[in-house]
Design a protein around this ligand. Sequence first.
Ligand code: 2BA
Length: 108
Amino acid sequence: MKLIIAIVNNDDSAVVSSALTSENFIVTKLSTTGGFLMVGNTTFLIGAEDNDIPRVKEIIKKYSQTRTASTPSTSSFGKGLSNNSLPSEVKVGGATVFVLDVNSMEKY
Ligand code: 2BA
């Protein structure tokens, strides 16, 4: 069994969630914030059997769009941290996906 951790744009999270649950994958959604842009995104936790991992990835990829976002002002980065060298725009996503081995999973 694997645990997929997938960070998805908030604008895509509803459709990703619906597509996964409609194929009977079990999903937990966490409200998260990107450390760079400091805007909300959605992190999915999906426990799935090894042979289902390609399908889960395929669904996430299909519904996660790439976007361009403006970088935040210096004030958002905190005192003393300059953003002079930072780009004014960055490409965000589609999704960032980690796949971890699961030692065990139990439900009580
Ligand atoms: P953020 O940290 O808000 O990053 C948003 C986008 O800004 C990133 O898009 C990337 O294009 C750019 N970016 C991030 N850090 C940067 C830096 N130090 N210098 C210049 N540009 C930078 P994505 O790579 O598509 O990431 C989207 C979101 O996925 C991230 O939001 C973060 O919440 C998460 N993420 C991405 N890679 C991760 C990783 N290795 N570990 C944990 N979370 C990650």
